[in-house]
Design a protein around this ligand. Structure first.
Ligand SMILES: *[C@@H]1O[C@H](CO)[C@@H](O)[C@H](O)[C@H]1NC(C)=O
Ligand SMILES: *[C@@H]1O[C@H](CO)[C@@H](O)[C@H](O)[C@H]1NC(C)=O
Ligand SMILES: [Zn+2]
Length: 278
């Protein structure tokens, strides 16, 4: 079942692919406080086949791609003018950008923590605030979700990846999909193994973990992504060489791993803060 869903989602992914979203949720899930665990269980108890944050993680993409969720399609990212080095609130249209949306659902969850909005999973159902939060905190860590409008966050930069022009799902590669999925699959295409690998990474990198957990402001997370976009993502001239190969991969896979970990740790902290009443 999982495998089939995965294929459907990925074809229409507008964000970290479904696997990236689930990995971030798994990192967070392992660090939830007991109050947060109870909260998640309570939200999901009405639906048998869903029992953890991993199930909630891809819902916001599904919703954006359903007719009724059209209004959310711009809430997954933020466009910034080229040359900018920090996120500013003025870049966020009517609060519907990834930073505004994270603030929105953090506040909404905090206000309703004793009487939460239950999660629904039907096609076209608006996801619960926790599902949006789980999704958008991952999105803001994907560097190309804090990027430039003129190339649609890298979506209109056609590339090949290790010489192939289409991905496992038959979709043509572009720079955005390489950062969503391709580098992650190249690193580890098995989700369970990838999660184990990140768990080891967390144990071996306490200093970075400490740094990641220090910042709780989503505008800082967006600025970090923007810095990666500015300094790393476009370091290759794609008009001269449109193949993303081992050099680009080796230079950036460590960043991909760090962004997945940072997103997961921060998601857990945010949920724990809300359910802990701080
Ligand atoms: C905030 O959440 C509410 C409830 O889902 C929604 O109606 C509103 O449009 C959201 N705003 C943003 C900026 O995400
Ligand atoms: C995780 O993956 C990286 C990159 O492939 C590798 O260098 C590292 O040894 C792996 N760590 C573990 C604990 O498997
Ligand atoms: Zn998204």
């Amino acid at each position: 079942m999982r495998a089939i869903l995965f294929v459907c989602f990925i074809a229409s992914a507008v964000a970290w692919g479904s696997m990236g979203h689930r990995i971030v949720a798994a990192v967070a899930e392992a660090r939830l406080s007991s109050a947060s665990r109870q909260y998640v269980t309570q939200l999901l108890k009405a639906v048998d086949e869903y029992d953890d944050l991993l199930d909630l993680a891809p819902l916001a993409d599904q919703y954006s791609n359903s007719g009724s969720g059209d209004w959310t399609s711009e809430c997954h990212y933020v466009n910034v003018p080229r040359g900018t080095t920090a996120f500013k609130d003025q870049f966020c249209n009517d609060d519907c950008c990834v930073v505004g949306a994270i603030r929105n659902y953090t506040n909404l969850m905090a206000r309703t923590v004793r009487n939460p909005v239950p999660c629904k999973f039907g096609k076209g159902d608006e996801p619960c605030p926790l599902a949006f939060l789980t999704h958008y905190i991952a999105d803001v860590h994907q560097p190309l979700h804090v990027a430039y409008k003129d190339d649609h966050g890298g979506n209109s930069v056609q590339v090949s990846f290790f010489g192939a022009s289409r991905d496992h799902f038959g979709e043509p590669y572009n720079l955005h999909s390489v950062w969503d999925n391709a580098m992650m699959y190249q690193w580890n295409s098995n989700m369970g193994a990838a999660i184990k690998n990140l768990t080891m990474w967390i144990i071996s990198n306490p200093k970075l973990v400490f740094e990641f957990e220090k910042t709780s402001d989503p505008s800082e997370w967006a600025t970090e992504s923007l810095k990666i976009t500015n300094t790393r993502v476009y370091a290759q001239d794609f008009s001269a060489n449109h193949d993303i190969g081992v050099g680009y991969y080796n230079a950036n896979i460590g960043i991909v791993i760090q962004r997945l970990v940072a997103a997961g740790l921060r998601l857990a902290k945010t949920i724990n803060r809300i359910t802990g009443g701080q």
